[in-house]
Design a protein around this ligand. Structure first.
Ligand code: ATP
Length: 427
């Protein structure tokens, strides 16, 4: 069974994720992505964008600013209601979320049961920022969810593109929350990236139910297609009292993490809450009717996805540690090795192969140690294929391609290599 500690250690050792501001002792709730982590996140975002925008006729994208006119956050209800209940331990003054009972229990154990809590207080999660040079400076917020950037551009998108209801607007970007208890590595951070779809439909109960179910299935399938096993995924409906202020109903897609079932993504029926608050309506061209559309939202986290895909992929086998990531997500697609590093013809040929593959794929070069050690290093970071240039290559222009999961090798002609990998990546 994989533990979180193993992933944290591997992430730092191999360059996936480091603690934020590491040389100054870190800063709670912030993380930096290293050379491999940035590729993994990029691959996740590209896969999401492809399935949600590129392959669809009914969804377009936007990329709105992180800082918005503060009136947006008043209208959306976030200045009033974007809160978590906070309690404080009267013994050591540590603060906890009142709705996370397990964390409180654990803390009570640390004090051997002798603990008293303050009454729950509502704590606003928005991060304030101050703009301009003259006092008083203009107060605004770092966005607490990327969603509002879509709603404020609802009219712009309709006026400048050819979308018609039902249609969606997709966005990926950073959000910030002054979380009371950041933790479980990147799972709960104060700065994180979201990938969201706001899907606009007619205000009709049946339509609402139909699209809510549709998007639940689509999003569940996406995680499974990319390699999360069915057994580690489930839906969990929100109870009425835990629903966000904007949600008519809500379901989470949860992952079985080492720290328990945890939210991967939320599917929310936001009704006409947001467009209503921003006083935005939709005019149907043909019927001539005007109405406030309803919204079905899918809201996932890039950082949570990166963490959960790493947890899912991590396998300790008899002779190796291997990240069985879907090749689409792997930071490096192929590593190129010269069989020996002291034969100039072999090294030159391998460099040629490396340069050739580099035009189309993320590739790595390794000429240290022996081939066995190089395979182990690539297995540990999830590289699906290793390409070795050997003596036979000099005679017939073929290389060996070794598969991470089966460890089997095939000989492939150099002229076929790019196509070979591209086809595998499309499977
Ligand atoms: P939680 O109950 O865990 O605090 P939430 O229900 O407030 O989460 P949403 O507002 O629905 O979360 O946010 C949508 C998605 O954004 C989440 O499913 C998650 O993937 C991501 N997300 C939210 N908060 C964080 C965070 N603090 N750190 C990392 N990702 C987050």
């Amino acid at each position: 069974m994989v533990t979180l500690d193993k992933i944290v250690a591997l992430a730092k050792r191999r360059g996936y994720i480091y603690p934020g501001s590491d040389i100054y002792g870190g800063i709670t709730g912030f993380w930096d992505y290293g050379p491999l982590g940035v590729e993994l996140k990029q691959n996740l975002k590209s896969a999401w964008w492809k399935s949600m925008v590129q392959l669809r006729d009914d969804v377009v994208g936007v990329d709105a600013a992180i800082i918005m006119n503060p009136k947006v956050w008043v209208a959306s209800g976030h200045t009033d209601s974007f809160t978590d209940p906070l309690v404080e331990c009267k013994v050591c003054h540590k603060r906890f979320r009142a709705d996370k009972v397990d964390e409180q229990k654990e803390h009570a154990n640390e004090h051997e049961g002798n603990v008293q809590w303050t009454e729950p207080k509502q704590f606003n999660l928005l991060t304030e920022v101050y703009l301009g040079v003259t006092e008083p400076k203009q107060k605004s917020y770092l966005r607490g969810e990327i969603t509002q950037g879509v709603f404020v551009n609802f009219r712009n998108v309709i006026d400048s593109s050819r979308v018609k209801i039902p249609f969606g607007i997709a966005q990926i970007g950073k959000a910030f929350r002054n979380e009371i208890t950041p933790g479980n590595f990147t799972f709960r951070s104060r700065e994180f990236e979201q990938m969201e779809l706001e899907y606009f439909i007619k205000p009709d109960e049946k339509e609402g139910e139909r699209w809510f179910e549709y998007w639940k299935e689509q999003r569940m399938k996406w995680y499974q297609d990319l390699g999360i096993s069915k057994d580690n995924l489930r839906f969990r409906d929100h109870e009425e009292k835990e629903r966000a202020h904007y949600a008519r109903f809500a379901t989470d897609i949860e992952y079985r993490a080492p720290f328990g079932w945890s939210e991967f993504e939320g599917i929310h029926h936001r009704g006409d809450w947001d467009l209503g608050r921003h006083k935005l309506t939709y005019k149907a061209e043909i019927a001539g009717e005007e109405y406030t559309p309803w919204v079905i939202e899918t809201s996932g986290g890039v950082d949570r996805a990166a963490l959960f895909f790493l947890l899912e992929a991590y396998k300790e086998e008899e002779k190796r540690i291997v990240l069985r990531l879907n090749p689409i997500l792997s930071p490096i697609k192929a590593a190129v090795f010269p069989l020996v590093s002291n034969k100039p013809e072999i090294v030159a040929k391998a460099k040629h192969v490396y340069q050739l593959l580099k035009q189309d794929l993320m590739v790595a070069w390794d000429d240290r140690g022996n081939i066995g050690k190089r395979y182990l290093a690539q297995d540990e970071i999830g590289t699906p294929w290793c390409v070795t240039v050997d003596y036979t290559t000099l005679e017939d222009d073929t290389v060996t391609v070794r598969d991470r999961d089966t460890t089997k090798q095939e000989r492939i002609n150099i002229s076929q290599l790019v196509k070979y990998f591209q086809e595998k990546l499309r499977e």
